[in-house]
Design a protein around this ligand. Structure first.
Ligand SMILES: C[S@@+](CC[C@H](N)C(=O)[O-])C[C@H]1O[C@@H](n2cnc3c(N)ncnc32)[C@H](O)[C@@H]1O
Length: 321
């Protein structure tokens, strides 16, 4: 239980804990697979694969014959993803290699499905990543991105309903400034999910569809399931280590880059930690409960055939209903 990767200094290590295994309802992913016609898919590219969570979720609904290639710029994650596939006895089906999303090491027009999860939100230039994803997709193939609006999470907490209005506004403002600063520093926009449909359209994808992940990670005492225990453990662990959404030093950098004033930082940081500690204390008392919602968009679009008009229906993978 917990996060075996949290001591790694590599990208996103804080978010590769057990809770990540529970981000999707399997029957909902099956529904996506039917909508997207994944039964015909053979070659899949998982961009920014990390240790392979998203590819594995998709692997559960893809045909046995489908091969999933994961690329990540971080060699540590590529190695871990390969180890995890080997431990499952799936080295033939899941392959991993080092690669930069903005310069994917593949020929054009190669993959039936090119996809990513929580990767565009880390991109200095998400348009460059999307351009590459489109390039390596085959004509008629699908490009799909699962990317959140994390800012919405600032309001998705039962404590918000009870907290003083000013305190909630302070925290929302703090997160908004930090998200803007992170983007300004070229470290990605944490709520980019909101902009992905427009970016897909600008890159010529057709038949763009936008969905919401229907998974909520609700927790109720006594936190009886493994999934609930992983969730409350993560909340408690972050609070114990004074880790908010980011570390203190990253949060400080983002806040200033987003237009926050140095003299405001300590008060904002203290308010964020106080809220996190209150939740952790409620967990320790066995009184913490949460509906556990997040706003996770799934956006997909079809790569057109050369010279196809935007007004002609491209022969898509879509619609296997
Ligand atoms: C939040 S993790 C998501 C991992 C995986 N997609 C998942 O959902 O579990 C973001 C991943 O993107 C990778 N990444 C970030 N920028 C990248 C880039 N420009 N090229 C390739 N990988 C990148 C990071 O190394 C990290 O593993």
């Amino acid at each position: 239980m917990g996060n075996e990767f949290s001591e790694h200094r590599a990208h996103s290590a804080e978010y590769f804990g057990d809770t990540r295994d529970s981000w999707w309802n399997h029957d909902y992913v099956e529904l996506l697979a039917r909508r997207w016609g994944l039964s015909r898919v053979r070659e899949v590219l998982d961009v920014g694969c990390g240790v392979g969570h998203w590819g594995r979720v998709l692997g559960g609904v893809l045909p046995r014959a489908a091969r999933i290639t994961g690329v990540d710029r971080d060699p540590v994650w590529v190695e871990k993803a390969a180890e995890r596939a080997a431990a499952r006895g799936e080295t033939e089906r899941f392959r991993y290699q080092v690669g930069i999303a903005e310069q994917l090491p593949f020929e054009g027009d190669t993959f039936d499905l090119v996809t990513c999860q929580t990767v565009l939100i880390h991109a200095a230039d998400p348009a460059a990543m999307i351009a590459e994803m489109v390039r390596v997709a085959r004509p008629g193939g699908l490009v799909a991105a699962a990317e959140p609006n994390n800012l919405a999470g600032a309001l998705l907490d039962a404590a918000v309903l009870r907290a003083p209005v000013e305190e909630t506004l302070t925290l929302v403002r703090f997160q908004l400034l930090c998200e803007r600063g992170k983007a300004a520093l070229g470290e990605g926009h944490s709520s980019l999910g909101e902009l992905v449909p427009e970016l897909f359209a600008r890159h010529g994808l057709l038949d763009i569809q936008v969905y919401l992940n229907d998974k909520a990670s609700g927790v109720l005492p006594p936190y009886a399931s493994a999934e609930q225990r992983a969730t409350v453990e993560e909340i408690s662990d972050f609070a114990r280590r004074d880790f908010w959404i980011w570390s203190r030093s990253d949060t400080h950098r983002y806040f200033l880059a987003g237009g926050g004033e140095e003299h405001d930082f300590e008060a904002c940081w203290a308010a964020a930690l106080a809220a996190a500690h209150r939740n952790a204390e409620a967990i320790a008392r066995g009184t913490y409960a949460s509906a556990g919602g997040t706003v996770g968009y799934i956006v997909c679009g079809t790569k057109p055939f050369p010279h196809s008009s935007r007004h002609l229906p491209a022969p898509p993978l879509h619609r296997d209903r």
